[in-house]
Design a protein around this ligand. Structure first.
Ligand code: SF4
Length: 394
């Protein structure tokens, strides 16, 4: 599953474009697309392809001569829409050159630019119209003996994107690029993309993804793409931050603590899990899988690791001490370094601060186990081992 993004700079502005490409590559982009609408962009493309740390896709849209020039400039892939570059003859010229160079193409269908003969179908059944257009382009490629391509169906409509890609994945054997066109701002666009792309990815559909956001910072698109892939456990990259939603039990400024932890975690590449709990009322059970975590109260808080307390610290030192523990862990060769005296004080603090009556996962598991052990075997249980089970909760 490859993460793609697109530069927002004028491609011919080499310093700005290269700076953005380096930033998206650092953020985890596997591929970057640049717009190539003019000859001066083709000139810049030659240098970009040479200097980019990741493969570069040239987006040429309407002009087949630009597609040929982009191929000759060394683009690692060229994106075009066979429906709007002037007919099959021109598509054939591009596929012939791409074949000679061994360069792949991305062919696409956009809901806003379907071929005329599909307009009526589009009104009746927009999903079928999108898929039909994509399949027609695929058949054109096959007639031209060109199979080194991926396909994208783009729509601003999330349900249509999901349905059309599901249908297309059943009808063609080629890789699919997923995206929601003009998804919107960082907030709404991320959510729409997470719903649309997340649904398809969870179905096992999609080979490359791009999150389209209205921001000049393309690296934001990459970060969102990674969060979606991480949430679905499709790829791992960098730490995973777990944070409780907070509630009326919160006694410290968790908003700024979570933001600070998230920011500092950007410096780490390892996929460690770090948890932030707003209080210790429920113990640390729900965060017991976290490699490291913090929980706080009014003046004092605690650092823990894999469900075990490490030390208690003043609330204002929580974040600094958390990162000292994380750094100590790496310095010791990924081994948690525990000072037993500090851990004992932290355990004491936890016992004072957690709610002894709260139903933590550990307590429930222990109670159920105890209940099963102590359960007298009754006649009806002998007859039906499941029907007779009784759990006694105290
Ligand atoms: S950990 Fe504490 S503050 Fe956070 S949601 Fe749970 S009870 Fe509320």
């Amino acid at each position: 599953m490859a993460v793609q993004t697109m530069t927002k700079t004028e491609t011919a502005d080499l310093p700005a474009t290269m700076d953005q490409i380096r930033r998206v590559a650092e953020a985890g982009a596997d591929l970057v697309r640049v717009a190539v609408p003019r000859d001066q962009d083709v000139d810049a493309l030659r240098t970009i392809v040479r200097e980019s740390p990741i493969p570069v896709i040239a987006d040429i849209h309407f002009n087949y001569t630009l597609a040929l020039k982009a191929l000759d400039a060394g683009a690692h892939c060229v994106r075009l829409n066979p429906g709007n570059i002037g007919g099959p003859d021109k598509v054939a010229k591009v596929t012939a050159r791409a074949s000679e160079l061994g360069t792949p193409l991305r062919i696409g269908v956009n809901s806003g630019s379907l071929p005329k003969h599909l307009h009526e179908l589009e009104r009746e059944n927009p999903v079928e119209a999108l898929v039909t257009a994509a399949v027609e382009f695929v058949e054109l490629m096959e007639r031209l003996s060109f199979e080194n391509f991926k396909v994208s169906i783009k729509s601003t409509n999330v349900p249509n994107t999901i349905s059309s890609n599901r249908l297309l994945s059943e009808r063609i054997p080629y890789p699919l690029h997923l995206g929601i066109t003009e998804a919107g701002t960082k907030w709404s666009g991320s959510l729409k993309s997470a719903v649309g792309l997340g649904t398809l990815l969870a179905d096992g559909i999609g080979d490359t993804i791009r999150i389209s956001l209205s921001t000049f910072h393309a690296e934001e698109e990459v970060k969102v793409a990674w969060e979606i892939l991480k949430a679905l456990k499709l790829r791992q990259r960098g730490p995973v931050l777990i944070a409780c939603p907070t509630c009326g039990r919160l006694q410290f400024d968790m908003d700024s603590v979570v933001a600070e932890v998230e920011k500092r975690l950007e410096d780490y590449e390892d996929p460690i899990e770090v948890s932030v709990l707003g209080c210790a009322v429920n113990g640390i059970g729900e965060a017991r899988h976290a490699d490291f975590g913090i929980t706080g109260a009014k003046d004092m808080g605690m650092i823990y690791s894999r469900g075990e307390p490490l030390k208690k610290v003043p609330t204002e030192r929580l974040v600094d001490e958390l990162f000292e523990e994380i750094d100590r862990y790496y310095a010791a060769g990924k081994r948690v370094v525990r000072d037993e005296a500090d851990a004992a004080k932290a355990r004491e603090w936890l016992a004072e601060n957690e709610d002894a009556t709260a139903m933590t996962p550990e307590r429930m598991a222990a109670m159920e186990a105890a209940s099963v052990d102590e359960e007298p075997v009754r006649l009806d249980e002998e007859l039906s081992p499941v029907a007779g089970r009784r759990f006694t909760r105290t």
